[in-house]
Write a protein that binds this ligand. Sequence first.
Ligand code: NAD
Ligand code: DAU
Length: 339
Amino acid sequence: MKLLVTGGAGFIGSNFIRYILGKYSNYEIINLDNLTYAGNLENLKNIESGIGKGRYSFIKGDIADEQCVDGILRNGLDAIVNFAAESHVDRSIDNARIFLETNVVGTQVLLDAALRHKIGRYMQISTDEVYGSLGQTGFFTESTPIAPNSPYSASKAGADLLVRAYFETFGLPVLTTRCSNNYGPYQFPEKLIPLFITNALADQPLPLYGDGLNIRDWIYVEDHCAGIDCVLHNGRVGEVYNIGGNCEKTNKDITSTILTELSKPETLIKYVKDRPGHDRRYAIDCTKIRTELGWSQHYDFAAGMKKTIAWYLDNKPWWQRIKTGEYLEFYKRWYDDRK
Ligand code: NAD
Ligand code: DAU
Protein backbone atom coordinates (compact mmCIF):
# COMPACT_ATOMS: atom_id res chain seq x y z
CA MET A 1 0.00 0.00 0.00
CA LYS A 2 1.22 3.48 -0.85
CA LEU A 3 0.02 6.21 1.55
CA LEU A 4 0.14 9.97 1.55
CA VAL A 5 0.34 11.11 5.17
CA THR A 6 -0.10 14.85 5.61
CA GLY A 7 1.16 16.63 8.73
CA GLY A 8 3.50 13.72 9.37
CA ALA A 9 6.13 15.92 11.03
CA GLY A 10 3.76 16.80 13.88
CA PHE A 11 2.94 14.91 17.06
CA ILE A 12 0.38 12.28 16.02
CA GLY A 13 1.46 12.13 12.36
CA SER A 14 5.07 11.24 13.24
CA ASN A 15 3.90 8.57 15.70
CA PHE A 16 1.58 7.19 13.01
CA ILE A 17 4.35 7.01 10.38
CA ARG A 18 6.56 5.11 12.79
CA TYR A 19 3.67 2.80 13.72
CA ILE A 20 2.73 1.96 10.11
CA LEU A 21 6.29 1.47 8.85
CA GLY A 22 7.00 -0.76 11.85
CA LYS A 23 3.87 -2.85 11.36
CA TYR A 24 3.74 -3.26 7.56
CA SER A 25 7.11 -4.04 6.02
CA ASN A 26 5.88 -3.49 2.44
CA TYR A 27 4.05 -0.15 2.87
CA GLU A 28 5.33 3.08 1.35
CA ILE A 29 4.70 6.51 2.87
CA ILE A 30 5.02 10.00 1.44
CA ASN A 31 4.91 12.63 4.19
CA LEU A 32 3.65 16.06 3.07
CA ASP A 33 4.18 18.75 5.69
CA ASN A 34 4.91 22.47 5.41
CA LEU A 35 6.78 22.51 8.75
CA THR A 36 4.89 25.12 10.75
CA TYR A 37 6.03 25.86 14.32
CA ALA A 38 4.57 22.42 15.24
CA GLY A 39 6.24 20.45 12.45
CA ASN A 40 9.67 19.10 13.28
CA LEU A 41 11.74 16.73 11.17
CA GLU A 42 13.58 15.65 14.31
CA ASN A 43 10.37 13.75 15.16
CA LEU A 44 11.25 11.42 12.26
CA LYS A 45 15.01 11.25 12.76
CA ASN A 46 16.56 8.03 11.41
CA ILE A 47 13.35 6.95 9.65
CA GLU A 48 14.77 7.41 6.16
CA SER A 49 17.85 5.32 6.90
CA GLY A 50 16.11 2.97 9.36
CA ILE A 51 12.65 1.32 9.23
CA GLY A 52 11.58 3.54 6.34
CA LYS A 53 14.63 2.90 4.15
CA GLY A 54 13.56 2.97 0.49
CA ARG A 55 9.87 3.39 1.36
CA TYR A 56 9.60 6.72 3.17
CA SER A 57 9.98 10.16 1.65
CA PHE A 58 9.35 13.70 2.84
CA ILE A 59 7.98 16.59 0.80
CA LYS A 60 7.87 20.11 2.24
CA GLY A 61 4.62 21.62 1.02
CA ASP A 62 1.24 23.03 1.94
CA ILE A 63 -1.93 20.92 1.72
CA ALA A 64 -3.72 24.04 0.46
CA ASP A 65 -1.33 24.26 -2.52
CA GLU A 66 -3.25 22.62 -5.35
CA GLN A 67 -0.27 22.22 -7.68
CA CYS A 68 1.88 20.62 -5.02
CA VAL A 69 -0.84 18.15 -3.96
CA ASP A 70 -1.71 17.34 -7.57
CA GLY A 71 1.92 16.64 -8.40
CA ILE A 72 2.14 14.10 -5.59
CA LEU A 73 -1.13 12.32 -6.40
CA ARG A 74 -0.26 12.06 -10.09
CA ASN A 75 2.29 9.35 -9.21
CA GLY A 76 -0.39 6.99 -7.95
CA LEU A 77 -1.45 6.38 -4.35
CA ASP A 78 -3.81 4.02 -2.52
CA ALA A 79 -4.88 6.28 0.34
CA ILE A 80 -4.54 9.70 1.94
CA VAL A 81 -4.47 10.14 5.74
CA ASN A 82 -4.92 13.82 6.56
CA PHE A 83 -3.37 14.84 9.88
CA ALA A 84 -2.21 18.28 8.68
CA ALA A 85 -3.85 21.01 10.70
CA GLU A 86 -3.43 23.96 12.93
CA SER A 87 -4.22 22.10 16.13
CA HIS A 88 -3.97 24.39 19.16
CA VAL A 89 -7.19 25.92 20.53
CA ASP A 90 -5.34 28.79 22.26
CA ARG A 91 -3.66 29.84 19.01
CA SER A 92 -7.03 29.81 17.24
CA ILE A 93 -8.38 32.25 19.84
CA ASP A 94 -5.35 34.46 19.24
CA ASN A 95 -5.78 34.40 15.41
CA ALA A 96 -8.24 32.19 13.52
CA ARG A 97 -7.27 32.93 9.91
CA ILE A 98 -4.64 30.23 9.33
CA PHE A 99 -6.99 27.69 10.92
CA LEU A 100 -9.48 28.24 8.13
CA GLU A 101 -6.80 28.25 5.44
CA THR A 102 -5.23 24.97 6.50
CA ASN A 103 -8.05 23.07 8.17
CA VAL A 104 -10.87 23.97 5.78
CA VAL A 105 -9.31 25.06 2.47
CA GLY A 106 -6.47 22.54 2.83
CA THR A 107 -9.00 19.74 3.31
CA GLN A 108 -11.00 20.90 0.27
CA VAL A 109 -7.83 20.88 -1.88
CA LEU A 110 -7.01 17.32 -0.74
CA LEU A 111 -10.58 16.14 -1.37
CA ASP A 112 -10.66 17.60 -4.89
CA ALA A 113 -7.31 16.04 -5.72
CA ALA A 114 -8.43 12.68 -4.26
CA LEU A 115 -11.47 12.82 -6.52
CA ARG A 116 -9.49 13.77 -9.63
CA HIS A 117 -6.98 10.98 -9.10
CA LYS A 118 -9.53 8.37 -7.96
CA ILE A 119 -7.82 7.69 -4.62
CA GLY A 120 -9.08 4.47 -3.02
CA ARG A 121 -9.54 5.82 0.53
CA TYR A 122 -9.44 9.31 2.03
CA MET A 123 -9.12 9.52 5.82
CA GLN A 124 -9.84 12.67 7.79
CA ILE A 125 -8.27 12.79 11.25
CA SER A 126 -10.74 14.79 13.27
CA THR A 127 -11.43 15.52 16.89
CA ASP A 128 -14.05 15.08 19.61
CA GLU A 129 -13.99 18.88 19.96
CA VAL A 130 -16.38 19.15 16.99
CA TYR A 131 -19.15 17.88 19.32
CA GLY A 132 -18.74 20.84 21.70
CA SER A 133 -19.01 20.40 25.46
CA LEU A 134 -20.77 17.84 27.70
CA GLY A 135 -22.45 18.48 31.03
CA GLN A 136 -21.69 16.30 34.05
CA THR A 137 -23.06 13.13 32.41
CA GLY A 138 -23.27 11.51 28.99
CA PHE A 139 -20.84 10.68 26.20
CA PHE A 140 -20.19 11.80 22.62
CA THR A 141 -21.40 9.19 20.13
CA GLU A 142 -21.02 9.42 16.36
CA SER A 143 -24.58 10.77 16.15
CA THR A 144 -24.09 13.58 18.69
CA PRO A 145 -24.82 16.82 16.81
CA ILE A 146 -21.82 18.91 15.87
CA ALA A 147 -21.57 22.08 18.04
CA PRO A 148 -18.01 23.46 18.04
CA ASN A 149 -17.12 26.24 20.47
CA SER A 150 -13.64 27.45 19.47
CA PRO A 151 -12.34 28.72 16.13
CA TYR A 152 -10.14 25.58 16.04
CA SER A 153 -13.05 23.17 16.54
CA ALA A 154 -15.25 25.17 14.15
CA SER A 155 -12.58 24.81 11.45
CA LYS A 156 -12.29 21.05 12.10
CA ALA A 157 -16.10 20.72 12.01
CA GLY A 158 -16.14 22.62 8.71
CA ALA A 159 -13.62 20.15 7.31
CA ASP A 160 -15.65 17.17 8.59
CA LEU A 161 -18.75 18.51 6.85
CA LEU A 162 -16.82 18.94 3.59
CA VAL A 163 -15.61 15.34 3.86
CA ARG A 164 -19.19 14.18 4.36
CA ALA A 165 -20.34 16.31 1.39
CA TYR A 166 -17.72 14.78 -0.94
CA PHE A 167 -19.07 11.34 -0.03
CA GLU A 168 -22.71 12.31 -0.56
CA THR A 169 -22.16 14.42 -3.69
CA PHE A 170 -19.32 12.63 -5.50
CA GLY A 171 -19.17 9.21 -3.87
CA LEU A 172 -15.56 9.79 -2.75
CA PRO A 173 -14.59 6.89 -0.44
CA VAL A 174 -14.02 8.85 2.76
CA LEU A 175 -13.60 7.85 6.41
CA THR A 176 -13.47 10.12 9.45
CA THR A 177 -12.10 9.48 12.93
CA ARG A 178 -12.84 11.73 15.90
CA CYS A 179 -10.45 11.19 18.76
CA SER A 180 -10.11 12.56 22.27
CA ASN A 181 -6.99 14.18 23.82
CA ASN A 182 -3.74 12.43 22.93
CA TYR A 183 -0.53 12.40 24.92
CA GLY A 184 2.84 10.73 24.39
CA PRO A 185 6.27 11.29 22.80
CA TYR A 186 6.91 14.22 20.42
CA GLN A 187 3.94 16.33 21.54
CA PHE A 188 4.69 20.03 21.13
CA PRO A 189 5.31 21.48 24.62
CA GLU A 190 2.51 24.02 24.63
CA LYS A 191 -0.28 21.43 25.05
CA LEU A 192 -1.24 20.63 28.66
CA ILE A 193 0.74 17.44 29.41
CA PRO A 194 4.09 18.24 27.73
CA LEU A 195 3.90 21.88 28.86
CA PHE A 196 3.40 20.87 32.48
CA ILE A 197 6.04 18.12 32.40
CA THR A 198 8.67 20.42 30.90
CA ASN A 199 7.75 23.41 33.10
CA ALA A 200 7.86 21.23 36.22
CA LEU A 201 11.28 19.88 35.22
CA ALA A 202 12.50 23.49 34.96
CA ASP A 203 10.74 24.49 38.24
CA GLN A 204 8.54 26.91 36.25
CA PRO A 205 4.87 27.60 37.18
CA LEU A 206 2.13 25.33 35.78
CA PRO A 207 -0.65 27.67 34.54
CA LEU A 208 -3.99 25.94 35.27
CA TYR A 209 -6.91 27.61 33.51
CA GLY A 210 -9.97 28.62 35.56
CA ASP A 211 -10.74 26.24 38.44
CA GLY A 212 -8.70 23.38 36.93
CA LEU A 213 -11.77 21.14 36.90
CA ASN A 214 -12.38 20.89 33.15
CA ILE A 215 -12.40 17.26 32.06
CA ARG A 216 -10.71 15.65 29.08
CA ASP A 217 -10.70 11.98 27.98
CA TRP A 218 -7.02 11.02 27.60
CA ILE A 219 -5.58 8.43 25.20
CA TYR A 220 -1.98 7.35 24.65
CA VAL A 221 -0.99 8.32 21.10
CA GLU A 222 -0.07 4.78 20.02
CA ASP A 223 -3.62 3.60 20.82
CA HIS A 224 -4.97 6.38 18.59
CA CYS A 225 -2.60 5.27 15.80
CA ALA A 226 -3.86 1.69 16.15
CA GLY A 227 -7.45 2.96 15.86
CA ILE A 228 -6.64 4.90 12.67
CA ASP A 229 -4.99 1.76 11.28
CA CYS A 230 -8.20 -0.25 11.95
CA VAL A 231 -10.42 2.35 10.28
CA LEU A 232 -8.07 2.82 7.32
CA HIS A 233 -8.14 -0.89 6.51
CA ASN A 234 -11.55 -2.05 7.67
CA GLY A 235 -13.79 0.99 8.24
CA ARG A 236 -16.94 1.40 6.16
CA VAL A 237 -16.68 4.32 3.73
CA GLY A 238 -18.81 7.34 4.53
CA GLU A 239 -18.72 6.51 8.25
CA VAL A 240 -17.41 8.38 11.29
CA TYR A 241 -15.59 6.44 14.07
CA ASN A 242 -15.00 7.88 17.53
CA ILE A 243 -11.75 6.92 19.28
CA GLY A 244 -11.29 7.61 22.99
CA GLY A 245 -9.33 6.61 26.03
CA ASN A 246 -12.22 5.87 28.41
CA CYS A 247 -10.13 7.94 30.81
CA GLU A 248 -11.76 11.08 32.14
CA LYS A 249 -9.48 13.30 34.22
CA THR A 250 -9.72 16.87 35.43
CA ASN A 251 -6.79 19.09 34.53
CA LYS A 252 -6.05 19.25 38.24
CA ASP A 253 -5.76 15.41 38.36
CA ILE A 254 -3.32 15.50 35.45
CA THR A 255 -1.26 18.18 37.15
CA SER A 256 -1.06 16.22 40.41
CA THR A 257 0.02 13.07 38.56
CA ILE A 258 2.84 14.96 36.85
CA LEU A 259 4.01 16.65 40.06
CA THR A 260 3.95 13.36 41.99
CA GLU A 261 5.85 11.45 39.27
CA LEU A 262 8.52 14.17 39.15
CA SER A 263 8.62 14.71 42.95
CA LYS A 264 7.85 18.41 42.50
CA PRO A 265 5.78 20.56 44.92
CA GLU A 266 2.12 21.57 44.42
CA THR A 267 3.28 25.18 44.94
CA LEU A 268 4.29 25.18 41.26
CA ILE A 269 0.57 25.28 40.35
CA LYS A 270 -0.60 28.76 39.33
CA TYR A 271 -4.31 29.34 38.69
CA VAL A 272 -4.68 31.76 35.76
CA LYS A 273 -7.53 33.41 33.85
CA ASP A 274 -9.69 30.84 32.05
CA ARG A 275 -9.52 30.08 28.32
CA PRO A 276 -12.44 31.92 26.63
CA GLY A 277 -15.18 29.47 25.53
CA HIS A 278 -13.44 26.71 27.50
CA ASP A 279 -15.31 23.40 26.96
CA ARG A 280 -16.11 21.88 30.34
CA ARG A 281 -16.09 18.15 29.67
CA TYR A 282 -15.29 15.69 26.87
CA ALA A 283 -16.01 11.95 27.08
CA ILE A 284 -16.07 9.56 24.16
CA ASP A 285 -18.27 6.54 23.55
CA CYS A 286 -16.19 4.32 21.28
CA THR A 287 -18.50 1.31 21.18
CA LYS A 288 -18.66 1.50 17.36
CA ILE A 289 -14.93 1.06 16.65
CA ARG A 290 -14.69 -1.61 19.37
CA THR A 291 -17.61 -3.75 18.20
CA GLU A 292 -17.34 -3.20 14.42
CA LEU A 293 -13.57 -3.20 13.99
CA GLY A 294 -12.30 -4.97 17.11
CA TRP A 295 -10.12 -2.05 18.24
CA SER A 296 -9.10 -1.88 21.89
CA GLN A 297 -6.66 0.13 23.94
CA HIS A 298 -3.32 -1.23 25.00
CA TYR A 299 -2.20 1.45 27.49
CA ASP A 300 -4.01 2.55 30.63
CA PHE A 301 -3.36 6.08 31.94
CA ALA A 302 -0.72 5.05 34.50
CA ALA A 303 1.32 3.10 31.93
CA GLY A 304 0.94 5.78 29.24
CA MET A 305 1.97 8.58 31.59
CA LYS A 306 5.01 6.67 32.82
CA LYS A 307 6.18 6.17 29.23
CA THR A 308 5.47 9.81 28.36
CA ILE A 309 7.29 11.28 31.36
CA ALA A 310 10.25 8.96 30.75
CA TRP A 311 10.39 10.15 27.13
CA TYR A 312 10.52 13.85 28.10
CA LEU A 313 13.20 13.05 30.69
CA ASP A 314 15.26 11.18 28.08
CA ASN A 315 14.80 13.79 25.34
CA LYS A 316 15.60 17.11 27.00
CA PRO A 317 17.48 18.58 23.97
CA TRP A 318 14.34 18.00 21.82
CA TRP A 319 12.07 20.16 23.99
CA GLN A 320 14.68 22.57 25.34
CA ARG A 321 15.45 23.68 21.78
CA ILE A 322 11.72 24.31 21.15
CA LYS A 323 11.20 26.14 24.42
CA THR A 324 14.01 28.60 23.75
CA GLY A 325 13.00 29.24 20.11
CA GLU A 326 10.34 31.28 18.30
CA TYR A 327 7.51 29.47 20.07
CA LEU A 328 8.19 31.64 23.11
CA GLU A 329 6.75 34.65 21.28
CA PHE A 330 3.21 33.19 21.27
CA TYR A 331 3.57 31.57 24.66
CA LYS A 332 4.71 34.78 26.35
CA ARG A 333 1.99 36.94 24.81
CA TRP A 334 -0.74 34.40 25.64
CA TYR A 335 0.34 33.71 29.22
CA ASP A 336 1.14 37.33 30.09
CA ASP A 337 -2.49 38.02 29.29
CA ARG A 338 -3.71 35.22 31.59
CA LYS A 339 -1.78 36.20 34.74
P1 NAD B 1 0.44 19.07 15.50
O1 NAD B 1 0.12 20.52 15.61
O2 NAD B 1 1.44 18.47 16.40
O3 NAD B 1 0.92 18.74 14.02
C1 NAD B 1 0.33 19.30 12.88
C2 NAD B 1 1.26 19.07 11.69
O4 NAD B 1 0.61 19.57 10.52
C3 NAD B 1 2.60 19.80 11.82
O5 NAD B 1 3.64 18.94 11.43
C4 NAD B 1 2.46 20.96 10.84
O6 NAD B 1 3.69 21.38 10.30
C5 NAD B 1 1.56 20.35 9.77
N1 NAD B 1 0.82 21.37 9.01
C6 NAD B 1 0.13 22.43 9.50
N2 NAD B 1 -0.39 23.14 8.48
C7 NAD B 1 -0.05 22.50 7.34
C8 NAD B 1 -0.30 22.75 5.96
N3 NAD B 1 -1.03 23.81 5.56
N4 NAD B 1 0.20 21.90 5.04
C9 NAD B 1 0.96 20.83 5.43
N5 NAD B 1 1.23 20.54 6.72
C10 NAD B 1 0.73 21.37 7.67
O7 NAD B 1 -0.97 18.34 15.61
P2 NAD B 1 -1.34 16.92 16.24
O8 NAD B 1 -1.64 17.09 17.66
O9 NAD B 1 -0.35 15.91 15.79
O10 NAD B 1 -2.73 16.66 15.50
C11 NAD B 1 -2.77 16.01 14.23
C12 NAD B 1 -4.20 15.92 13.75
O11 NAD B 1 -4.97 15.18 14.69
C13 NAD B 1 -4.90 17.27 13.61
O12 NAD B 1 -5.71 17.23 12.47
C14 NAD B 1 -5.74 17.40 14.87
O13 NAD B 1 -6.89 18.18 14.64
C15 NAD B 1 -6.10 15.94 15.11
N6 NAD B 1 -6.35 15.57 16.52
C16 NAD B 1 -5.44 15.88 17.49
C17 NAD B 1 -5.65 15.46 18.80
C18 NAD B 1 -4.67 15.76 19.90
O14 NAD B 1 -4.97 15.50 21.06
N7 NAD B 1 -3.50 16.28 19.63
C19 NAD B 1 -6.81 14.74 19.11
C20 NAD B 1 -7.74 14.46 18.10
C21 NAD B 1 -7.47 14.86 16.80
O1 DAU C 1 -9.91 16.75 22.35
C1 DAU C 1 -9.01 16.67 21.28
C2 DAU C 1 -8.21 17.95 21.18
O2 DAU C 1 -7.29 17.92 22.27
C3 DAU C 1 -7.48 18.11 19.87
O3 DAU C 1 -8.41 18.24 18.84
C4 DAU C 1 -6.56 19.34 19.88
O4 DAU C 1 -5.80 19.39 18.69
C5 DAU C 1 -5.63 19.21 21.07
O5 DAU C 1 -4.82 20.36 21.15
C6 DAU C 1 -6.42 19.03 22.36
O6 DAU C 1 -7.18 20.23 22.66
P1 DAU C 1 -7.30 20.80 24.16
O7 DAU C 1 -7.67 22.22 24.08
O8 DAU C 1 -8.17 19.90 24.98
O9 DAU C 1 -5.78 20.57 24.63
P2 DAU C 1 -4.80 21.46 25.53
O10 DAU C 1 -3.62 20.60 25.83
O11 DAU C 1 -4.56 22.80 24.94
O12 DAU C 1 -5.66 21.65 26.87
C7 DAU C 1 -6.10 20.54 27.63
C8 DAU C 1 -6.83 21.09 28.84
O13 DAU C 1 -5.89 21.75 29.70
C9 DAU C 1 -7.88 22.14 28.50
O14 DAU C 1 -8.98 21.99 29.41
C10 DAU C 1 -7.18 23.47 28.76
C11 DAU C 1 -6.24 23.13 29.90
N1 DAU C 1 -4.96 23.89 29.93
C12 DAU C 1 -4.21 23.89 28.80
C13 DAU C 1 -3.01 24.56 28.78
C14 DAU C 1 -2.16 24.57 27.52
C15 DAU C 1 -4.55 24.54 31.09
O15 DAU C 1 -5.25 24.51 32.13
N2 DAU C 1 -3.36 25.20 31.05
C16 DAU C 1 -2.57 25.26 29.95
O16 DAU C 1 -1.51 25.92 30.00
